[in-house]
Design a protein around this ligand. Structure first.
Ligand code: SF4
Length: 871
């Protein structure tokens, strides 16, 4: 989104402290980007952590880190807002600030420096980065971020000093200003407020996600050309989860559960798919299967997705939370992997953590997946949960074996993967006082599991790096005394710690040791009366509730989901005469669970946890009631217990027309790879509502074929792709539909009608224009090199292969070379093989820097080329 800088009051950089590929997958940034940019007075741009080689180039050239949209240095923005989703990105925040020219410490920033803020799950205890932040936001950002920007705009108009602005901001519900809290006289915890009327920071909450005015959701997502981690249309269907898993921080701090309206979601999905052309749709929430209107939402989306072969993924599914009807429908569109999270191997330990999943329900769920054609199932487990024993570890192996053995013989490529990661006790959860395993203890338990998995075929074990969990444990429960450690670790080169290939413990351990801090001190069990670094921050869940849940965990007693059962008085809501812990908001907002259907089939919704204990608390006022549930789609009876059949894609496979679309690839389009181009064209066709024909088989693919891949960095004035349509639009209509959806640098040239039976042939020769920088003498020398190459009988090119060096004679590919002003016109002959034209240029004009020359394809010859020079 581009805006006129002079026409906006506040410019915001939404900063993600990881690579573009990771950050562009983060839904929170997309939501805030849309909300801020919808307001005329504000402009939100994006910035991501550059990879180390890019940072080296920036430093070498004295260039600052800039926003993507307007190339503005971070130091010139009004606000830089970091999304802090995990503790391992803390040093990346300093890295981005330093590259952007922003002072690292909040106390060192002056009136011309941007306000630096943080939001995201970590802010419920981000004391280790508190001195680097002017402010943090706890909870939902949709309303509080624009309020902050309005305060900034007003402060600027009034000429208000920075400190006075922060004092104003600390009174906005959800805003935490770290500088306004400090150690009490004599030191220690809890941190004491400097202002009496800002003694405790409460999270911000959007009470009702069905209120489209307050909980806007963007449909105009930015569609990246590059491959991102989650490259799809992600739609948030609900926020908050009250299943009550006792280890889950998100489940505690984002209470209560609030669902979006399925009709509104359906409209969002229709618009989102039409505007982006994504081939994958994902329903996001903390527990997608618990969305009470999943059946009807899925049924609504299914037909639309099937028509354009868009896959639907349902991440975060609980055992038994998806009906067989949905599974059957999912199996007929493009299928993604199946993952389930029993978290613990034994029933006893699953009850300790309040998982509410029985072994029978898990096996039954997986059996259905296999019957519907899934072949790979991934199960997530945690190591080191409170009260874990060796028997609990052995139960992980047993459970995976049972899952494997429930597959019928029809599952040919069966694979069951157990992914284990160490348990990290998180603030604001019932396990916040628990001890965390040391790295050696984690390794010993992983070794036991490896020995248990080794003899078994079709079982695979993957485990999370203990070093990462160790750091996460230290920094998630640490206090402000860790801020100098973050800074010192950064100075020692600790960056991208969540990437296995970048993670090094030494900088962290040295920085801790330098300050006399013992990391094991942070992993130890805490006393329930011990002051904690996050005591001044509240998510609304009362500590009394956390203690009760911890006691029930020790007794392996389950606690029901308050969406469908009695309220457990955790403290967040204010219905039925309750007083919400969120006093600032609770006084004027109606905070309660908001589900579309208040009654669910319990056997289905609880993963068959028929042994659940009765609730302790008396029944409370029922959460919001909603209309009766819509009928579920019929289950796919044919697929049950049978060998899965390829989906019948019917008329989608029909071929009515065949076209060749000629287009350019100029400017930025030269930087996308062939795979990225294919994905881009598929998305353009979807956005343009072109009725593409699909192949049959288990994974129907759009019937598209492409010309020879253009090397990255090479432009082209003449590229093509062939496409079969299932309904003939005619070339003019096809051109009219495609043109508005092609990206900059890709212009439509013409459309050829092809025979339906014509097979794709590649060009037998291509013309290129090579241009370079340099003076006349350099140009003459390079042109002479081409003349010399033409005069040679052989042009050997040696490259490294896995089997050692291999030499090819590339002279036959050079059909002609003609001097042009500032370059050469080349004709390359591909009738008897191919080599990248860039390799030829490197060979003939050695030593030319890639940024000092350009290569552009000017013509493709599908039959023998005309004699003479290229025009
Ligand atoms: S206050 Fe009651 S209804 Fe609200 S989230 Fe807590 S337990 Fe659930």
């Amino acid at each position: 989104m581009l805006k006129d800088p002079a026409a906006v009051a506040v410019r915001l950089a939404l900063a993600f402290p990881d690579l573009y590929e990771v950050g562009m997958s983060y839904l929170g940034q997309k939501i805030l980007y849309g909300i801020v940019n919808d307001r005329p007075g504000f402009w939100a741009e994006r910035v991501f952590a550059p990879d180390l080689d890019v940072a080296a180039v920036l430093r070498e050239n004295g260039e600052p880190l800039c926003t993507l949209e307007s190339d503005t240095p971070l130091a010139a923005m009004d606000v830089v807002a970091f999304h802090v989703t995990h503790e391992l990105c803390y040093t990346n925040i300093l890295y981005m600030l330093e590259l952007g020219g922003v002072p690292l410490e909040a106390a060192a920033r002056g009136p011309r420096d941007p306000l630096v803020m943080a939001g995201g799950g970590c802010t419920f205890n981000a004391e280790p980065i508190a001195p680097f932040m002017d402010l943090m936001v706890l909870g939902d950002g949709e309303e509080v971020l624009p309020e902050i920007l309005e305060h900034v705009a007003r402060a600027r108009a009034e000429g208000l000093p920075r400190a006075a602005l922060l004092e104003r901001l600390c009174r906005v519900p959800g805003v935490y200003v770290p500088a306004l809290f400090a150690e009490p006289p004599g030191g220690g915890l809890p941190l004491a407020p400097r202002l009496d009327d800002c003694a405790r920071v409460e999270k911000r909450i959007l009470p009702d996600l069905a209120d489209a005015r307050r909980a806007a959701f963007p449909t105009g997502h930015i569609v990246p050309f590059a491959d991102t981690v989650h490259d799809r249309l992600a739609v948030e269907i609900a926020r908050g989860c009250t299943r009550g898993c006792r280890f889950c921080q998100a489940g505690m701090v984002y209470r209560p559960a609030r669902e979006r309206d399925p009709g509104a979601l359906d409209a969002l999905i229709a618009k989102g798919l039409a505007r982006t052309g994504f081939e994958d749709l994902s329903f996001l929430s903390l527990s997608t299967g618990d969305y009470s209107a999943l059946e009807e939402l899925f049924a609504k989306s299914f037909d639309r997705c099937r028509r354009s072969q868009v896959s639907i993924s349902l991440p975060s599914l609980r055992v038994g939370s998806v009906s067989e009807g949905i599974m059957g429908l999912m199996s007929t569109i493009r299928r993604t992997g199946a993952t389930l999270a029993p978290e613990a191997g034994s029933q006893r330990l699953r009850d300790v953590i309040n998982k509410g999943v029985t072994e029978d329900a898990l096996v039954a769920h997986v059996r259905k997946l296999f019957d519907h054609g899934w072949q790979n199932v991934k199960l997530y487990f945690m190591l080191g949960l409170p009260t874990e024993t060796e028997e609990d570890l052995d139960a992980i192996v047993d459970l995976c074996l049972k899952v494997r053995d429930c597959a019928g013989r029809h599952v040919k490529r069966l694979q069951v993967t157990a992914a284990v990661s160490p348990f990290v006790p998180k603030p604001h959860t019932p396990f916040q006082w628990e001890r965390q395993l040391t790295m050696d203890e984690v390794r010993a338990r992983v070794d036991r599991l490896r020995a248990g998995f080794a003899p078994h075929k079709r079982l695979k074990l993957r485990w999370h790096q203990p070093e990462m969990s160790f750091l996460e444990g230290v920094f998630s429960r640490g206090g402000r005394e860790l801020a100098p450690v973050v800074r010192a670790a950064y100075a020692r080169g600790a960056l991208f710690a969540s990437w296995i290939d970048h993670l090094r413990l030494e900088p962290w351990l040295e920085a801790l040791a330098e300050r006399g801090l013992d990391p094991l001190h942070y992993l130890r069990e805490r006393g329930e009366d011990e002051p904690l670094p996050w005591d001044h921050l509240t998510s609304g869940v009362h500590v009394r509730f956390l203690r009760t849940e911890r006691r029930r965990a020790r007794q392996a007693r389950l606690t029901d989901d308050c969406r469908y059962n009695a309220c457990r008085n955790c403290g967040v809501c204010n219905f039925g005469g309750r007083t919400s812990e969120l006093a600032r908001q609770g006084a004027r907002e109606d905070i309660r669970p908001r589900v579309v259907h208040a009654v669910r089939d319990q056997a289905d919704a609880t993963g068959g946890a028929a042994h659940q204990t009765a609730p302790e608390a008396p029944p409370a006022a029922a959460p919001e009631q909603a209309p009766a549930q819509a009928p579920a789609p019929p289950p796919d009876k044919q697929a049950q217990g049978a060998r899965p059949r390829p989906p019948d894609i019917g008329e989608l496979a029909h071929k009515a027309a065949h076209y060749r679309v000629w287009h350019t690839r100029l400017d930025e389009m030269r930087f996308i790879s062939q795979i990225e181009l294919q994905r881009l064209i598929e998305r353009v066709l979807r956005r343009a509502d072109v009725p593409v024909s699909f192949s049959a088989g288990f994974h129907p693919l759009a019937r598209l074929s492409f010309g020879r891949a253009l090397p990255v960095g090479v432009e082209s004035r003449r590229e093509w792709f062939d496409v079969f349509l299932r309904r003939d639009l005619g070339p003019q209509e096809l051109a009219a539909r495609l043109t508005p959806h092609l990206p900059r640098g890709m212009d439509l040239l013409c459309i050829e009608t092809l025979d339906l039976g014509r097979r794709t042939r590649q060009a037998v020769a291509e013309d290129f224009l090579l241009t370079w920088e340099g003076d006349a003498a350099e140009a003459a020398a390079r042109q002479a090199q081409w003349a010399e190459a033409l005069a040679r009988a052989e042009l050997p090119w040696t490259r490294e292969t896995k089997k050692g060096p291999r030499t090819t004679d590339v002279r036959p590919f050079l059909a002609g070379a003609w001097p042009r002003e500032g370059g050469m016109a080349l004709r390359l002959d591909w009738s008897d093989g191919y080599v990248s034209p860039l390799r030829l240029v490197e060979l003939v004009n050695p030593g030319m820097r890639p940024d000092r020359f350009g290569l552009c394809k000017t013509r493709q010859w599908m039959d023998a080329p005309d004699p003479g020079e290229p025009r």
